[in-house]
Each structure stands twice: as structure tokens, then as C-alpha cells.
Design a protein around this ligand. Structure first.
Ligand code: MG
Length: 378
């Protein structure tokens, strides 16, 4: 049987045979459908392998068992697949979308992204990681003799840009083909919330391991976690603190995922959604938590912002990262011939600041620092 069989799919799931297809027509594969092939192309891409050396929240300086963007991506894929299966969505499409969702992120997490955006703003331009991911799969991955990029199906490309935000058709005429006035299929909508659940839980875990968050701090700041922790404490009073923490976190993750499935099902029923066309035409996104857990999730997010993302130790590397991005940006902009030949060729067709941004955004954490040392001695 190929992936999710037709009979298991809900009427509002995206069917691979209804795909708008690839930019360049290719013959069908003997036993893999087009979404499965897209997933495989993503896994075999360079951008996917580079995720291993890109910071999620904690740089390698902390520990090498914390999440990086690759392990984060696998967690998102696992959560998204579970939810998709329960809702009868297309798990092949969901898996492809989850695995590709972070490939557009520049090195060094939020700090790297913010600095790249600042540099682009000086040229009245901007950096958007979703649009960058689209450029990666359309142009920068050079693997096949027949076409540039990975030649992914329309729904995967559409999901890459639209999974987490909408784009105003008036501001982005170049994205017109992506049906900007419509909502993306449920498979793409699911990625955004699976991403959020994955990183909220993972950041609690890594923050606790890094000792930037303590158990009393988490119990005070995250009431839902506290509720589960109390129950665990009653059941396993003698267990080690870390094990109780793990058990409570596991229940928190499970509660969020279960609520996501339940609330989404309810929303689909209330809105009488019976097809992908209904999903696309509906004015709002339909995949999401219910009101109660939605509130708890926002509280958790705020807690992490207050206590973890703005923590002094997390920001300790920031100055160095910002200086490296800024320094290299200026270096390549002034000397486009020092770019690799593929990127230098691009400067003949596109504004040099865009090409420099693309090149830097594609770098891993290590490569960025290495280039900075080599070229600027910092
Ligand atoms: Mg992510």
C-alpha cells in the first residue's frame, strides 16, 4: 500500500492525485507517490543536512545533547504525523512539509535572523525565512540534470511559504501562483502549531537541563505543568526530580496534542468543512488548539520569553554572532568576486545584497564563524 491509502483519508485531506503537480513534468515513480518523493528529496538535500549545525535556541557551547534545528525538525515531523493520522490528513504531505519547514533558517537562530534582516533593511529589503526556504528548494539546491532546484509539488512549495503566515497578494505579486487569497490545505496549517508545541516543550526541557530554568520556577510560571507535576508527585513521591520533570513534561505534550486533535475536529465539523476547496475558501485557519489549552500554550510561550529567550546566558553569544553576520555581509557586498562562483553569477541577475543574504543564510553556525575568522580574522 502506498502511504496513506485513499480510504483512510478524510474528505478534507489533500489527495496526491489532486496535486497541482510539479513545475517540470516528470514520469510517476513505480511505487512512491509524489509527496513521498518530495519527502525523500528534502531528506537528501544539502539544506536539510545543514540543519544539524544550525542553532535552535542553544548554541553548541552549552551541550551537544540539546536540540539543534535537525532534531527539532524531527520532533515536529513526529508530532505532525501523529495529529495528521488522527485527523485523517495526508501523512506523506505532512511529513514532507514538516521536514522542510525550517530549512530557510539562517545560522544562529533568532540572533542570526534578526541581524540578517537588519542588514537587508539598510537596502530597503527584508529577510523572510519562509521565502528563503522557497528559494532554496527552487534554485539553490542543484542536484538534478533535468531541472534547477528540487522540483517539488505545488502543495509542498505552497506550504513552505504559507504554513505560518499569509502573504498580501498586492505586496507579493511574484508569489501570485501560490493562491495567496486562500488558506493553505490543513496539512500545511498543521505544521505551524506542531512546530509551536514541539519547541515550547523542548525549550522547557533544554532550559531545565541547562539549569537556566528551575523546577519551582516552571511550576510557578506554567500552571498546566504544575497540575501534571502534582499528580506525578503523588504517584511517584520517591522518584528523582528529573524523572518527575520528564513525566510532567510528557503529559503536557500529550495534553496539547490531544487538544489540538479534538479542537480541530470540532472546528471542522462546526464549519461544515467537507473538502480541500472548503478549507481553502474558509476565511480563517482551522487547525489549532481549543480556547483553554490555547490560553495555557500562550502562557507557556510568554514564560519562555520572559525566563529563557531573554536570559543573559542565551544572549551571551549574541554580540559575537551579530558582529560576524554584519562583518561578512559588508565583506561580500564590497567584494562580490569572493563569493562562490554560483552566487557570484547570481549577482548579474539580482541585487548583490539579496545574493549575499542568500549565501549567508545558507551557512551553518560553524561555517559562518570559520569564514569570519578566515576573512576578517575575528
Ligand atoms: Mg521550527
Amino acid at each position: 500500500m502506498r502511504g496513506t491509502s485513499r480510504s483512510q483519508l478524510a474528505p478534507y485531506a489533500m489527495r496526491v492525485e489532486d496535486s497541482q503537480g510539479r513545475r517540470y513534468t516528470e514520469p510517476l515513480h513505480a511505487y512512491r507517490n509524489d509527496y513521498e518523493r518530495d519527502r525523500d528529496r528534502i531528506i537528501h538535500s544539502r539544506a536539510f543536512r545543514r540543519l544539524e549545525n544550525k542553532t535552535q535556541v542553544f548554541t553548541r557551547r552549552y551541550s551537544d545533547h540539546f536540540r539543534n534545528r535537525l532534531t527539532h525538525t524531527l520532533e515536529v515531523a513526529q508530532i505532525a504525523r501523529t495529529v495528521a493520522q488522527a485527523l485523517g490528513l495526508n501523512t506523506d504531505l505532512v511529513e514532507a512539509l514538516a521536514l522542510v519547514h525550517d530549512v530557510g533558517h539562517p545560522p544562529f537562530g533568532h540572533a542570526g535572523e534578526a541581524e540578517l534582516d537588519r542588514q537587508m533593511a539598510r537596502h530597503h529589503d527584508a529577510f523572510d525565512h519562509n521565502l528563503h526556504a522557497l528559494r532554496i528548494v527552487e534554485h539553490f539546491e542543484q542536484k538534478y540534470a533535468e531541472f534547477p532546484g528540487l522540483n517539488l509539488t505545488f502543495e509542498v512549495r505552497e506550504g513552505i511559504i504559507k504554513h505560518s503566515r499569509d502573504y498580501d497578494p498586492a505586496r507579493y505579486p511574484e508569489l501570485r501562483e501560490y493562491r495567496l487569497e486562500e488558506r493553505p490545505p490543513l496539512e500545511a496549517q498543521l505544521i505551524d502549531i506542531a512546530d509551536e508545541i514541539a519547541y515550547n516543550c523542548a525549550d522547557l526541557d533544554d532550559g531545565y537541563e541547562a539549569k537556566l530554568l528551575t523546577l519551582p520556577m516552571i511550576r510557578r510560571g506554567v500552571p498546566l505543568f504544575d497540575k501534571f507535576h502534582r499528580a506525578i508527585d503523588r504517584r511517584y513521591p520517591a522518584a528523582r526530580e528529573k524523572l518527575k520533570f520528564n513525566e510532567a513534561l510528557k503529559r503536557l505534550l500529550d495534553a496539547l496534542v490531544t487538544d489540538l486533535i479534538r479542537a480541530t475536529r470540532q472546528r471542522l465539523a462546526r464549519a461544515r468543512i467537507r473538502s480541500v476547496a472548503d478549507v481553502r475558501a474558509y476565511p480563517k485557519r482551522l487547525v489549532g488548539l481549543g480556547p483553554q489549552l490555547g490560553l495555557a500554550d500562550r502562557g507557556l510561550k510568554q514564560f519562555l520569553h520572559r525566563r529563557l529567550y531573554t536570559h543573559r546566558s542565551i544572549g551571551a553569544d549574541r554580540k559575537r554572532i551579530v558582529a560576524s553576520v554584519r562583518g561578512l555581509f559588508a565583506y561580500y557586498l564590497a567584494r562580490p568576486r569572493s563569493l562562490p562562483p554560483f552566487y557570484f553569477a547570481q549577482t548579474q541577475e539580482e541585487p548583490p545584497h539579496r545574493v549575499v543574504c542568500d549565501y549567508l543564510a545558507g551557512m551553518t553556525d560553524n561555517y559562518l564563524l570559520e569564514q569570519h575568522r578566515k576573512l576578517l580574522g575575528g
